[in-house]
Design a protein around this ligand. Structure first.
Ligand code: HEC
Length: 288
C-alpha cells in the first residue's frame, strides 16, 4: 500500500509537471522579451503558480484520502479508525469540511454496486468557493470588456503595441541608430545639408576652417584624403576620430544621423576651392 502510494504520487507529479512545462517555458520566454519592469509574463507566471498550487493541493488530498480495502475491512476500519496524521487531518478538514473518518459510517449510502459503496460527502468548500469565484470573475470580465469597454480588446492591444513600436522606430530613425559606416548614404537635400553646416560650424571650424580649407586638420574640399574620401570613409573617420593626430572621436557628441549630415555637408563642399588651402595630405581618392 505504501509503495503504491509512493509511486502513484511520483507518477501524478511528473505528469503534472510534464503537462505544465510547455506553459512554463512559453510564459518565462514571454517574460524575458519584456524590456525591463514587470512584464505581462510575470503576471501569467503568478497565475500559473496559483493554478499549480491548486492542482497540487487537490492531488495531495486525493492521494492521502485514498483507500484500498474490502467492504468488511472498511467497516471494521471505520469503526476502529485512528487519525493517522493530525496536522494533515486538520488541513484537510479545513479545506474539505469532510466528515471525519470516525463518523463516516453515518454518511455511508445504502446502495452497493459490486461491493462499492458511496459516501454522501459534502461538496468541499474550496471547490464551492472556486466555483463562486469564477462566476464573480465572469461578471467583472463581462462588465469590463463588454459593457464599459474599459480594458482594451486583443485587437486594440495589438494596435497599441504597433503604434508604440512605430513611434520607437521613428525615434530611432531620427537619431540614425540604424546607420553605420556600411549603410550610410550621402544626403543631398537642403534641410540635411543645412543641419550639416550648422554642426560643422559649431564643432569643426576651429581645426578645419569655416570653408573647410584646412588649418590644424586637413583640407576637406580636395581630392586628397588621409583616411579615404566618400561618405562611408568620412563617416568612419568622424565616428572613430584619429585621436593620436588631434581629431577626436565624435560618436559621444554626435548621433549617427548628425554624423551623416555633417559628412554629407563635407562632401557637398568638394571642389569649392577655398582660398589659400592647406596643401594636399594623404592620397588622391578615386572612389565615389
Ligand atoms: C581639434 C581639432 C579638430 C577638430 C575640432 C576636428 N577635427 Fe577633423 N581632423 C583633425 C585632424 C588633425 C585631422 C587629421 C588626422 C590625421 O592626420 O590622421 C582631421 C581629419 C578629419 C577628417 C579626415 C580627413 C582625411 O583626409 O581623411 C575628417 C573627415 C574630419 N576631420 C572631419 C571633422 C569633422 C566633421 C569635425 C567636426 C565634427 C572635425 N573634423 C573636427 C582635427 C580636428
Amino acid at each position: 500500500m505504501k509503495l503504491i502510494k509512493y509511486f502513484s504520487t511520483k507518477l501524478l507529479f511528473s505528469l503534472i509537471f510534464f503537462l505544465l512545462s510547455p506553459m512554463f517555458i512559453s510564459v518565462l520566454a514571454q517574460g524575458e522579451t519584456e524590456s525591463g519592469g514587470i512584464g505581462e509574463g510575470y503576471y501569467n507566471f503568478i497565475i500559473l503558480l496559483f493554478v499549480l498550487l491548486i492542482v497540487v493541493i487537490f492531488a495531495f488530498l486525493f492521494l492521502f484520502g485514498m483507500k484500498e480495502v474490502s467492504v468488511e475491512e472498511e467497516e471494521l476500519q471505520l469503526k476502529t479508525a485512528k487519525v493517522p496524521n493530525k496536522h494533515l487531518q486538520k488541513i484537510r478538514q479545513f479545506l474539505t469540511r469532510s466528515t471525519p473518518i470516525e463518523k463516516e459510517t453515518d454518511i455511508l449510502l445504502e446502495h452497493e454496486y459490486d461491493g462499492i459503496r458511496e459516501l454522501n460527502n459534502r461538496i468541499p468548500p474550496w471547490f464551492n468557493y472556486l466555483f463562486i469565484a469564477t462566476i464573480i470573475f465572469a461578471v467583472i470580465y463581462f462588465f469590463d470588456y463588454e459593457i464599459f469597454k474599459s480594458s482594451p480588446s486583443q485587437i486594440q492591444e495589438y494596435n497599441m503595441e504597433i503604434q508604440a513600436a512605430s513611434l520607437q522606430k521613428e525615434e530611432l530613425m531620427k537619431t540614425g541608430s540604424f546607420l553605420d559606416e556600411n549603410s550610410v548614404t550621402v544626403l543631398d537635400d537642403i534641410a540635411s545639408l543645412n543641419k550639416g553646416k550648422e554642426i560643422f560650424t559649431t564643432n569643426c571650424v576651429a581645426c578645419h576652417r569655416p570653408d573647410a580649407g584646412g588649418l590644424v586638420g586637413p583640407n576637406l574640399t580636395d581630392d586628397y584624403w588621409i583616411h579615404g574620401g566618400g561618405i562611408k570613409n568620412i563617416f568612419k573617420t568622424i565616428t572613430n576620430g584619429v585621436p593620436e593626430k588631434g581629431m577626436i572621436s565624435w560618436k559621444s557628441q554626435l548621433n549617427p544621423k548628425q554624423i551623416q549630415e555633417v559628412g554629407s555637408y563635407i562632401i557637398s563642399l568638394y571642389g569649392t576651392n577655398p582660398v589659400n588651402p592647406k596643401p594636399p595630405e594623404g592620397e588622391k581618392y578615386k572612389g565615389e
